[in-house]
Design a protein around this ligand. Structure first.
Ligand SMILES: *[C@@H]1O[C@H](CO)[C@@H](O)[C@H](O)[C@H]1NC(C)=O
Ligand SMILES: *[C@@H]1O[C@H](CO)[C@@H](O)[C@H](O)[C@H]1NC(C)=O
Ligand SMILES: *[C@@H]1O[C@H](CO)[C@@H](O)[C@H](O)[C@H]1NC(C)=O
Ligand SMILES: [Ca+2]
Ligand SMILES: [Ca+2]
Ligand SMILES: [Ca+2]
Ligand SMILES: [Zn+2]
Length: 467
């Protein structure tokens, strides 16, 4: 069913939930076993949409109806002669596309696109040119904007209408067709969305890069760092770019741009971290209710005690984009039920998904001296109600009840934690032990005696199952 390779981009339900008033009660103190309700919902939205649209086997009738509506035919859901005649099969008897494995690609290197006349057309043209450039920087493809003549890729903004395939604001944002004749390669945007050229509303640039990937023959990626990941995710602090996974997949179809190395030398495609990397070091680690969260760059892994499996996801899939990437330290204050994030001189405290009022604050509000520019790691001890802040070779002790630093600090880390002479990069308490991370290693200590039991790999709690 390749002729009907139709891929909608759905706004992630997490983003939708963020847009709605969300009470703390929605993040239960004890999450149900397994992924949270929000995450389960998100997964099913992504996965069902993905499977449905890529395999073509789930509900053929609905999709045939959608296609029929596009062509103004009676949406019977039956593959009538008329339907077939109008739609053709881009896979068969075409000169400008060819099949490669599971997908199709354009056979030519020069691909044309055309944008219907819309409001702000010159701004949109600029956005689309930038989006095409990301793909042409890494492949030998060239994209040309056509104004009068027929183009390979027609770009439309559809209005919401009962007979139209779009669903009004939210939900489906856009969809695209795999390379082929006629509607093949075309990209449609839902014009009911609040499209923007910045971070207000839905970012057109981010969605365009994704849809153009489909128009070139790419399917969805399971890598949450990839542009081809099937959920909308725009972070105003992160300029959208092709990830390592996107580049690998598009180059598999079209080959490598001879200028690739020089074009990407300043900014190589970012790789999503993997828990099996023996050199992986975490930015921060924390408990969160029953789970343990491991942070790295824009990503995190969540370990639930009842599940072996951990999956990498974007930090912004759980918290709004106010939580920055490349965090310094994170801890959970279970008494106050808040999770506290540190980066450089700033601290953010979240209760559920909500920023606690008064935050972000400077780290000096914890009583850390002005000479401290950043915190390397933070550790909350539930029994004493103290939070330890690791800074270089020293640590401070903060009394959460009185909101004051304890006297007699900073102390040398190895005065308390024997043998811990290298910098502590993250810290965690689990099952009555204190774990101090330093680079790719994890040191297991008795809670109070400071006795070192074991030196373990970073992936100890996150089991990497494919060594
Ligand atoms: C590589 O760079 C040269 C010089 O700027 C340019 O003429 C050529 O078109 C580029 N090749 C591709 C495939 O973009
Ligand atoms: C919806 O589409 C139909 C047929 O194209 C058109 O007649 C009608 O005016 C449209 N309605 C709206 C609300 O745009
Ligand atoms: C974003 O763009 C909209 C118009 O497209 C403008 O009204 C708004 O002020 C801009 N916001 C920022 C933060 O630049
Ligand atoms: Ca086309
Ligand atoms: Ca929509
Ligand atoms: Ca750190
Ligand atoms: Zn998609």
């Amino acid at each position: 069913m390749l002729w009907f390779y139709f891929l909608p981009l759905v706004m992630s339900s997490q983003t939708l939930m963020m847009a709605l008033p969300l009470r703390i009660a929605d993040l239960p103190k004890k999450p149900p076993p397994g992924p949270s309700a929000a995450e389960r919902q998100k997964r099913t939205t992504d996965i069902s949409k993905d499977d449905d649209s890529t395999t073509g086997s789930c509900d053929k009738k609905t999709k045939v109806q959608e296609m029929q509506r596009y062509f103004g035919l009676l949406p019977s859901g039956e593959l009538t002669e008329e339907t077939l005649a109008v739609m053709k099969k881009p896979r068969c008897g075409l000169s400008d596309v060819e099949q490669v494995g599971e997908t199709v690609r354009w056979k030519k290197k020069r691909i044309s696109y055309r944008l219907e006349t819309i409001k702000l057309i010159s701004v949109a043209q600029k956005v689309f040119r930038r989006a095409w450039k990301l793909w042409s920087n890494v492949t030998p493809l060239k994209f040309r904007n056509r104004i009068m003549t027929v183009a390979d890729i027609d770009i439309f903004f559809y209005n919401h209408n009962d007979s139209s395939p779009f669903d009004g604001r939210g939900g489906v944002l856009a969809h695209a067709f795999m390379p082929g004749l006629h509607i093949g390669g075309d990209v449609h945007f839902d014009s009911d969305e609040d499209w923007s050229f910045n971070s207000t509303g839905i970012n057109l640039f981010a969605v365009a890069i994704h849809e153009f990937g489909h128009a070139l023959g790419l399917s969805h990626s399971s890598d949450p760092g990839a542009i081809m990941y099937p959920a909308y995710n725009f972070d105003p602090n992160y300029e959208p770019q092709l990830s390592f996974d996107d580049v690998k997949n598009i180059q598999k179809l079209y080959g490598v741009n001879p200028n690739f190395t020089s074009l990407t030398s300043k900014r190589p495609p970012p790789k999503t971290p993997t828990k099996c990397d023996p050199y992986l070091s975490f930015d921060a680690v924390t408990e969160l209710q029953q789970e343990v969260l491991f942070f790295k760059d824009r990503f995190m892994w969540r370990k639930h005690p009842e599940f072996e499996e951990t999956r990498v996801s974007l930090i912004s899939s759980l918290w709004p984009d106010t939580v920055p990437a490349n965090l310094d330290a994170v801890y959970e204050n279970t008494w106050e039920n808040v999770v506290v994030f540190f980066k450089d001189q700033k601290v953010w405290a979240f209760s559920g998904y909500d920023l606690v009022s008064g935050y972000p604050k400077p780290i000096s509000s914890f009583g850390l001296p002005k000479t401290v520019k950043r915190v390397d790691a933070a550790l909350y001890d539930e029994q004493s109600g103290k939070t330890l802040f690791f800074v270089g070779s020293e640590y401070y002790s903060y009394n959460e009840a009185t909101k004051k630093m304890d006297k007699g600090f900073p102390k040398q880390v190895d005065e308390t934690f024997l043998g811990m002479t290298s910098k502590v990069t993250a810290a965690l308490q689990q099952g009555g032990y204190t774990y101090l991370y330093s680079g790719p290693q994890m040191f297991e200590y008795a809670m109070w005696s400071g006795r070192l039991y074991r030196v373990l790999r970073n992936s100890y709690f996150l089991p990497c199952t494919k060594y």
